[in-house]
Ligand binder design. Structure first.
Ligand code: TPP
Length: 381
C-alpha cells in the first residue's frame, strides 16, 4: 500500500498544489490528507458539486497560475467530466494541462474484473478505453507499486501534460491507499439518517419511492426488508444526482399518484439545476436527508455544507419547502406534503454516519426494475 501523505508530498514537490473534485472511497485517505494540508495552508483543496465543475476549476486555475492542477474523482465521475475535457481542455481546443486522479471501481485485472457493485461493472470495464478515446494519456497504479516507481510515473505524466498541453490521468486501483472514514461527531442531537428514513417510509405508506445513490438506497432496502413498510422502491444505485429526475419522470407518468424521492445533499448539489424542473411536478414529494457530507464514500464535507437546500427549492419554484431537525416533525410535514397540490420538499437534517453492518440489495438491478414496475400496476396510457 502507498502512503497517502508521501504521495501528496511528491505531488507538491512536482508543483501540483491545487486539488479539485468529488470524493470517492478509494481516494478517501488522499482526501483526508488534502484536507489536513489545506488547513495548514499547504495546498488549495475544493470539493466541487460535480466532476465537470472540478475540470472547470482546473482550467481556470491553470490560466492564472500556469501550473497544472489535479482533479480527483471516482471513475463514474468521468461521465460528468467528459464535456469540459473534450470541448475545452483537449489540445484541439484550449490545450490545458491537468492531472486527473481517478479511483477505479470495478477494475479490470489480468484475471478479469474485480467483484464490485452492479453500477461499477460497465464503467469499470470501459474506464481505460474511455481515457484512450478521450485522448488522455494515463498510467495505472496499485497496491504492489513502490513509491519510487509511482513518483516517476507521475513526473513523466506531468511532463507529458505540459509538453503536449493536454490532461493526463493516474488511474488508481482499489487498496492503493488505505481507506479512511472521517470521525463522526457524537455530540449531535440530530436523528440518524436510518431513523429518519424509517419514519418517512412509514408515513408515506404505499407511495412509490425513488432513492439516491449510496447508503440512502441501502438503508431503504434494509428497512423495507426488515419491516415490510413503504411502497415500491426504485434504488438509483448509480447516476448520482439524477434520482430526482427519475422520480419526476415517474410522477409525470402516474398522474393522480404521489411519488417520493429520497435524496442526499451531495446528490442534490451535484445536479441542483434539476430542481427547476422537479419544482413543476405537482405530485412530487422530494425528501433530502442532509448530513452536510458525502457519507457513503468516507464522510467528506460536500461543496456546500452550509447551504439551506429548502431555500434553494423555494427559489427554484417548489410550492413548499421546509427544513426539519427532529423525527417528530417528519410525519406531520409528510401528511401536509401528501395532501398538497404542488411539489414539496422536506430537508431533513440528519447526523452523519451509518451502521457498520449495512447490507446491499441482493437482487440484480434489472430484476428490481421489473419488480418495481410490476408493483406500480398495469401500463398507464
Ligand atoms: C458521478 C459520481 N460521482 C461520485 C460518486 C461516488 N459517490 C457515491 S455516493 C456519494 C456520496 C453521496 O453523498 P450524499 O448525496 O450527500 O449522500 P450521503 O452519502 O451523505 O447519504 C458519492 C460521492 C458517484 N457514485 N457518482
Amino acid at each position: 500500500m502507498l502512503d497517502a501523505e508521501e504521495f501528496l508530498a511528491d505531488l507538491s514537490a512536482l508543483g501540483v498544489e491545487r486539488f479539485f473534485g468529488v470524493p470517492d472511497s478509494l481516494l478517501s485517505s488522499l482526501i483526508v490528507g488534502l484536507e489536513t494540508r489545506a488547513a495548514h495552508g499547504r495546498c488549495r483543496f475544493e470539493v466541487t458539486a460535480d466532476e465537470g465543475a472540478a475540470v472547470g476549476l482546473a482550467i481556470g486555475s491553470y490560466l492564472g497560475s500556469k501550473v497544472p492542477a489535479a482533479v480527483f474523482m471516482q471513475n463514474s465521475g468521468l461521465g460528468n467530466a467528459v464535456n469540459p475535457l473534450t470541448s475545452l481542455a483537449h489540445d484541439k481546443v484550449y490545450g490545458i494541462p491537468m492531472l486527473l486522479l481517478v479511483g477505479w471501481r470495478g477494475e479490470m485485472t489480468a484475471e478479469g474484473q474485480l467483484k464490485d457493485e452492479p453500477q461499477h461493472v460497465f464503467q469499470g470495464e470501459i474506464t481505460c478505453s474511455m481515457l484512450e478515446l478521450l485522448d488522455v494519456p494515463y498510467a495505472v497504479i496499485g497496491t504492489d507499486d513502490e513509491a519510487e516507481g509511482v513518483r516517476k510515473q507521475v513526473a513523466d505524466l506531468l511532463s507529458l501534460s505540459e509538453l503536449q498541453s493536454k490532461p493526463v490521468a493516474l488511474v488508481i486501483r482499489k487498496n492503493t491507499f488505505a481507506p479512511a472514514q472521517k470521525p463522526v461527531d457524537q455530540q449531535t442531537t440530530l436523528p440518524t439518517r436510518e431513523d429518519a428514513i424509517k419514519t418517512a417510509l412509514d408515513a408515506l405508506g404505499a407511495t412509490p419511492v425513488v432513492a439516491t445513490t449510496g447508503k440512502i438506497s441501502r438503508e431503504v432496502y434494509e428497512i423495507q426488508q426488515a419491516n415490510s413498510i413503504g411502497g415500491p422502491s426504485f434504488l438509483s444505485v448509480g447516476g448520482m444526482g439524477h434520482a430526482v429526475m427519475i422520480a419526476t419522470g415517474l410522477a409525470m407518468s402516474i398522474p393522480g399518484h404521489k411519488v417520493a424521492c429520497f435524496d442526499g445533499d451531495g446528490a442534490v448539489l451535484m445536479h441542483a439545476g434539476s430542481l427547476a424542473t422537479s419544482a413543476r411536478q405537482d405530485n412530487l414529494v422530494h425528501i433530502v436527508f442532509n448530513n452536510r457530507v458525502h457519507d457513503s464514500v468516507g464522510g467528506q464535507t460536500t461543496a456546500g455544507p452550509d447551504a439551506t437546500l429548502s431555500d434553494l427549492a423555494t427559489a427554484l419554484g417548489y410550492g413548499s419547502a421546509v427544513r426539519l431537525t427532529s423525527l417528530e416533525e417528519i410525519r406531520p410535514a409528510l401528511s401536509r406534503a401528501l395532501a398538497s397540490s404542488h411539489a414539496s420538499l422536506l430537508e431533513i437534517m440528519v447526523a452523519p454516519g451509518a451502521r457498520s453492518n449495512l447490507g446491499r440489495p441482493k437482487a440484480t438491478p434489472s430484476n428490481s426494475k421489473l419488480a418495481f414496475m410490476d408493483m406500480l400496476g398495469p401500463r398507464n396510457d
